[in-house]
Design a protein around this ligand. Structure first.
Ligand SMILES: NC(=O)c1ccc[n+]([C@@H]2O[C@H](COP(=O)([O-])OP(=O)(O)OC[C@H]3O[C@@H](n4cnc5c(N)ncnc54)[C@H](O)[C@@H]3O)[C@@H](O)[C@H]2O)c1
Length: 253
């Protein structure tokens, strides 16, 4: 360990990190000394977040615009990280979208869009970074799924399916790379207050809050601290796991 900077000289990439849970994850990695790659859709937003984090934590930060659902973007992103840092220790597949609709009304485009970002995205990004991850020490992949992928939520055929699929992908990565140095786990957040959940109607937000035994909505730090733990030396014997961070919402599943 390097004192209070256990991730010093290590590199973490978080997708969807210009805001919300992803940004909190990037900040927590940087707080422990990691250099960070901020990946999101808009270059200016990525660069601004990277700069703010770099200034606040005294690490290197770069912003890379990348649509995780596009193979060419994922491989261009890997090329940039290789050129800039030569390595990647932590890949956090956090970018995600919702396009809720009841089954009867859900459009094919709504299904495709959500599946492409939430499931194909982590597949493409992990594949693009495998060569760097295999050589890195430590080497971790953390996938941000959802309790919706465990429970199945009304109006979320696309989202729940993509997040369940991501749990399957997590287990495959864990098994295929267990002897090749990469540990891979998934986190299932419950209701967390971010722009994503802020876009839901007040009624839906109230319903979701009522499902939380702990009695309060999650904060981004509730999730980012667990991601950081999974990246840490203390989590060196954990792989293929699904960790609910949901205030008890999916207890009993
Ligand atoms: N907020 C919650 O209650 C909650 C609960 C369970 C799971 N999650 C999951 O946590 C993750 C983060 O959620 P959040 O609440 O911070 O969402 P958010 O909408 O606040 O942030 C998501 C970020 O991902 C980016 N993004 C979207 N599509 C992208 C793409 N194709 N390529 C790159 N970046 C893209 C967005 O621009 C945005 O900055 C998501 O995967 C979400 O499904 C959130």
């Amino acid at each position: 360990m390097n004192g209070d900077k256990p991730f010093k000289d290590q590199v973490g990439l978080v997708t969807g990190s210009a805001r919300g849970i992803g940004r909190a994850i990037a900040e927590d990695l940087a707080d422990w000394g990691a250099n960070v790659v901020i990946v999101d859709m808009d270059q200016a937003a990525c660069e601004q977040t990277a700069q703010e984090i770099a200034n606040k934590y005294g690490v290197k930060g770069i912003g890379v615009a990348c649509n995780v659902a596009k193979k060419e973007d994922a491989s261009a992103c890997a090329d940039k990280v290789k050129a800039e840092f030569g390595t990647l220790n932590f890949l956090v597949n956090n970018a995600g979208v919702i396009r809720d609709n009841l089954m009867l009304r859900m459009k094919e485009e709504e299904w495709d869009m959500v599946s492409d970002v939430n499931l194909k995205g982590p597949f493409l990004m992990t594949q693009a970074f495998l060569r760097l991850l295999i050589k890195a020490e430590p080497s971790r992949v953390v996938n941000i799924s959802s309790v919706s992928g465990l429970l199945g939520q009304v109006g979320q055929a696309n989202y729940s399916s993509s997040k369940s699929g991501l749990l399957g992908l997590t287990k495959v990565i864990a098994r295929e790379f267990a002897t090749k140095n990469i540990l891979c786990n998934a986190i299932c957040p419950g209701f967390v207050q971010t722009d994503m959940t802020g876009s839901l109607t007040d009624d839906v937000q109230e319903q979701l809050k009522k499902m939380i035994p702990i009695g309060r909505p999650g904060q981004v730090k509730d999730i980012s601290r667990v991601v950081r733990f999974l990246c840490s030396e203390d989590a060196g014997y954990i792989t293929g796991n699904i960790i609910r961070v949901d205030g008890g919402t999916a207890t009993g599943i």
